[in-house]
Write a protein that binds this ligand. Sequence first.
Ligand SMILES: C[S@@+](CC[C@H](N)C(=O)[O-])C[C@H]1O[C@@H](n2cnc3c(N)ncnc32)[C@H](O)[C@@H]1O
Length: 243
Amino acid sequence: MTKDKLYQNPEAPAEFIFNSQVAEVFDDMLQRSVPCYDQVIDMMAIQLNRFCRNGDLVYDLGCSTGTTLLELSRRLEDKKINFIGIDNSEAMIKKASLKAEMFSQKEKVSFLKADIDETDISPCKAFILNYTLQFFRPIVRKDFLRRLHNVLQPGGILLISEKIISHDPLLNRAYIDFYHDFKRSQGYSETEIARKRESLENILIPFSILENTELLQKAGFSHVEPFFQWFNFASFIAVKEEK
Ligand SMILES: C[S@@+](CC[C@H](N)C(=O)[O-])C[C@H]1O[C@@H](n2cnc3c(N)ncnc32)[C@H](O)[C@@H]1O
């Protein structure tokens, strides 16, 4: 795994983009920047195991280098689920496809380069949307989620993870500090933390737990609950009503 040193470089892009340099170090960046990344995948596997049947189709939207899907496909081997990962970054999809080949998972897991807001999506039993909606402009989020709700089979689920904010200023400040402590503990310097934070300003726009819950409800989901929270990171399950 190539170590993420992107923001040690003063010439790193002022605005964060998912280009080939990011794709190269992305697996290390995720492990060191997203608290409890593996635990969230564990909890998603448990939920997919409950809600999916043999032969179901599951999409990962904004799949990056395919880590989540490849891990889920390994853990849910007996279910014979078909997984499709979509991402609009060519470099990410290239890496994901290489990893699928390396782990002999090409029969069950495929990757597609496309814009998830525009490409056709087939009826499916589950969507995974991990740390991706936060990069969508707030104004388009509801319509996008509604489209996912419409294409889900009855009883299907959306599993979503997001960076979040608190509207309580005292707690919001504390949560940000805890997150920076986490990044320091992962070996990032003050300069790297500050440069990355600036590059994500106006690009990653987090909602609160309540705002995300209401968004999912307004998109049509009848059962919505957070299933995980680590200070300013949260994951939710949203279920489409069984007919
Ligand atoms: C933070 S990463 C997601 C990490 C990944 N889901 C995981 O858990 O390993 C966000 C990803 O969303 C992709 N992305 C953002 N907007 C997109 C869009 N409109 N269509 C497709 N992919 C998009 C980016 O290229 C990037 O790879």
